[in-house]
Design a protein around this ligand. Structure first.
Ligand code: SF4
Length: 376
């Protein structure tokens, strides 16, 4: 974690927890997944010591008051439960004074499915960990083997079951665009995450990072990453399946770091606004479906919750332009404070009330998104 003067590293609503990430790059991980170089991704050469973690968190929390907001410390970037138990305790203990003072409400860790045991999970729970994020990446054994994950889908099912039986919240991390992946394998992985009872998910299109086996495959012309458009579409498929299945997707795409925006990234669908692009794609699918289902003709005023206006309009107005081209009539997009999150309404410009209103749930159920996996 890099303390900042502003609290820009946390999520923006007052009800959701502020996540303070602590990166422990590659620490504890005995594997070498073909895509991974945690040092480049995190732009951080070595893991901080437990004492340094304690100091960073103290500094950050005294700079950012975050009144009334729950604060969660998240150990990311490694395989936390693969660390020697004494080291796990030392990191968790570093957060204990802040928990005792009520400044930190919970902890979460990320790890590999094959590093999960019941005993290890009990240790985490004893130190206030409430969420374990499993790096599944895929639930296809062929894709996992080609990625050098050293772990199978059945081990992931087992780990998920243990997390849930221990009473911890289950997070999953999935990738798109791994060697051997297809749109369908990605959809199947998302469906598996729903079936295993995940509470939250992160979705990452695969990037080619310098000094990795994948980087060498790419240099030899033996791996082709997804284009940005392909990555947005397949991630939107996965997002829809997960959200329709009750799994909260808390991130799409890697956060921009100096490394990723600099020389660490060799190729792949990186965009600092990737998450917004996925949300805009899902919105576009919902709007197209609403227009088709209502057989809308003529000029359109599209109403959306004000907070979702920029997603509805799309990057550089792409959604508005595409809907206008589809209808052959002007499309105006406006905020309507009366609409629930994820809803949209179709109105004739100049009329007071909308003629059609579609919630995200209506769209998912009627378009059979969970079963078919994406409506794009
Ligand atoms: S398990 Fe995680 S930390 Fe280890 S090599 Fe694979 S991606 Fe990197």
């Amino acid at each position: 974690m890099r303390p900042k003067k502003s609290c820009g590293n946390t999520t923006s609503t007052t009800s959701s927890p502020a996540i303070l990430p602590v990166f422990i790059p590659h620490l504890g991980c005995p594997h070498a997944c073909i895509f991974c170089n945690q040092h480049h991704i995190a732009s951080q050469p070595a893991p901080p010591s437990p004492a340094r973690v304690a100091q960073m968190l103290e500094d950050y929390l005294s700079a950012c008051r975050l009144p009334g907001r729950p604060v969660e410390v998240a150990f990311y970037g490694g395989s936390f439960t693969a660390l020697p138990p004494a080291m796990q305790r030392a990191y968790l203990q570093a957060v204990a004074p802040l928990r005792e003072r009520g400044r930190v409400t919970a902890l979460r860790v990320s790890t590999r499915p094959d590093a999960v045991t019941r005993q290890g999970l009990e240790l985490l729970r004893g130190y206030g960990v409430t969420t374990v994020e499993l790096g599944l990446q895929s639930m296809d054994d062929g894709v996992l083997a080609r990625a050098g994950r050293g772990c199978t889908a059945s081990r992931a099912w087992e780990a998920a079951r243990l997390v849930r039986e221990t009473g911890l919240r289950l997070g999953v991390q999935l990738m798109a665009g791994l060697p051997g992946d297809s749109r369908e394998t990605c959809r199947r992985s998302a469906r598996a995450a729903v079936a295993m009872g995940a509470d939250l998910a992160r979705l990452y299109p695969l990037l080619v990072v310098r000094d990795t086996p994948l980087g060498r495959l790419w240099e030899q012309g033996r791996y082709q990453p997804l284009s940005l458009q392909q990555a947005v579409e397949v991630t939107a498929d996965m997002f829809e399946i997960l959200e329709a299945g009750g799994v909260r997707v808390i991130r799409c795409g890697l956060q921009a770091t100096p490394g990723l925006e600099g020389r660490s990234l060799l190729a792949g669908p990186f965009h600092p606004a990737f998450g917004e692009m996925v949300h805009a794609e899902v919105f576009m699918r919902q709007a197209r479906w609403a227009l088709r289902a209502s057989q809308w003709q003529g000029p359109l005023q599209l109403r959306v919750p004000p907070r979702e206006l920029s997603r509805a309009v799309g990057l550089k107005g792409a959604n508005r332009a595409a809907l206008g081209a589809l209808l052959g009539h002007p499309v105006e997009v406006v905020g309507d404070p009366g609409l629930r999150a994820g809803s949209l309404a179709l109105a004739v410009p100049g009329e007071a009330g909308p003629r059609v209103q579609v919630s995200r749930e209506d769209y998912y159920q009627t378009a059979a998104v969970a079963a078919d996996g994406g409506n794009g």
